[in-house]
Design a protein around this ligand. Structure first.
Ligand SMILES: Cc1ncc(COP(=O)(O)O)c(C=O)c1O
Length: 404
């Protein structure tokens, strides 16, 4: 399916929230839900839902919801359901994985983090490394382009490296590093790669095996699902990790990593969100993974075309500064407007029913590297597959009038 044949108006009609007249350019911070996902969550409750592992039907339904959710997430990223750890969000899961891994680290071991990342894929590693006495090394972002050069990992990664954490897409600059090139360097040194896929997953096809991601994270609320996060890993790798857990709680993988009673109805929503993404493919009669691959290719083509209009429009305005010029990028623009604090821009746009974010968006290190942290950072406007040219036109027209 080409960008031209992608039926954006049909897709928009699936989302009740979009009827409120706002241009939802805030998808990078969380997306709206299609009716099918809302229904799936409501139906999980309607049909009677109990905790898992009981003897009666409402509990068996709960078990089935968990299994279906793991399978759906595995299909979305090309992983195995036995390696899907579910949790409240990526941040919580990354803390859990980091502290489980740190039990195996010792002084002299090295961890590599990247300046491009959301803080959720930096701070847990730094804090876990501190506990183990391990050393932290930094991969730097090029502030002029917003790229994360892959070659630097040749020098950063060596015999002592245990783990390399980096993002598959920046949540502010949109930069998409060369994941496979970096993981190849990581694996040559015998280390593990922890890839933050929270911003990358909604914008294209993910293949954790082809990418060499030993651990891959995603959050369903960024791709039209509820607030549920996941880490996808090779089950054999998970077997070797032992997070703190309650004595009676399951010790099997991947349950070993999940704490407490899960939000089961939301898990049903995650499965429905994956089905929603798969439904964006025109292919019928194929398995879901295949449909997802095609659908996410179509989403990427559609979003890229729309984004080039958004980016080109902003870059043409003399009173606007756009950050990041990466060759490969997710459809996310980060910009400032001369004479305006970024928060003021967001407020002004909100009055015109345009939703954008301002500030660091937890991309703490990269906003420091860009030298904009002391000035309120920048404004973020991002596209997802339910945005269309009217959203982009409204943003460009509004920003064009912001002059002081
Ligand atoms: C790139 C990226 N990584 C990590 C996170 C944290 O995800 P969560 O909210 O699921 O903890 C976000 C959230 O915005 C993000 O954009």
């Amino acid at each position: 399916m080409s960008a031209e044949s992608y039926d954006a108006s049909r897709v928009r009609g699936l989302f009740p929230a979009l009827a409120d007249g706002y241009a939802y350019l805030d998808g990078a911070a969380g997306t709206q839900l299609p009716e099918s996902v809302i229904e799936a969550i409501a139906n999980a409750y309607r049909s009677g839902l109990s905790n898992t592992d009981g003897a009666f039907p409402a509990s068996l339904r709960a078990n089935r919801i968990v299994a279906e959710c793991r399978q759906a997430v595995a299909d979305l990223v090309g992983g195995e359901p036995e390696g899907v750890v579910l949790g409240p969000n990526m941040t919580t899961l990354t803390y859990r994985l980091a502290f489980a891994m740190a039990k195996r680290w010792k002084p002299g071991d090295e961890i590599v983090v990247s300046r491009l990342d959301h803080d959720a894929n930096i701070r847990p590693w730094i804090q876990a490394a501190a506990l183990a006495g391990a050393t932290v090394r930094w991969a730097e972002v090029d502030p002029a382009t917003g790229q994360l050069p892959s070659e630097q990992y040749q020098d950063l990664v060596g015999d002592r490296t245990k783990l390399v954490a980096f993002t598959a897409a920046s949540n502010v600059l949109g930069t998409r590093p060369d994941v496979a090139a970096i993981t190849a360097t990581v694996h040559k040194a015998g280390a593990l790669a922890y890839v933050d896929g929270v911003h990358a997953t909604p914008h294209g096809t993910v293949d954790v095996r082809a990418w060499g991601a030993d651990f891959y994270t995603t959050s369903s609320y960024k791709w039209c699902g509820p607030h549920v996060g996941a880490v996808i890993a090779d089950p054999a790798l998970l077997e070797g990790l032992h997070p703190d857990k309650l004595v009676p709680a399951a010790d099997e993988v991947p349950d070993r990593f999940q704490t407490g009673t899960p939000p089961l109805a939301d898990y049903a929503g995650v499965t429905a969100a994956v089905e929603h993404l798969a439904s964006l493919s025109p292919a019928v009669g194929h398995d879901r993974r295949h449909r997802l691959v095609l659908a996410m290719r179509a989403v990427e083509a559609y979003e890229s075309k729309l984004f080039s209009v958004l980016l080109g429009g902003l870059e043409e305005m003399e009173h606007v500064t756009v950050y990041g010029k990466a060759e490969r990028r997710a459809p996310t623009a980060y910009f400032t407007v001369d004479g305006y604090d970024p928060w003021e821009v967001a407020k002004d746009l909100a009055e015109r029913k345009i939703n954008v974010w301002s500030g660091d968006n937890y991309a703490w290190e990269v906003t420091g590297a860009l030298g904009i942290r002391d000035n309120g950072c920048a404004v973020r406007a991002g596209l997802v597959h339910y945005n269309d040219h009217t959203d982009v036109d409204r943003l460009l027209e509004a920003v064009a009038t912001l002059r002081r």
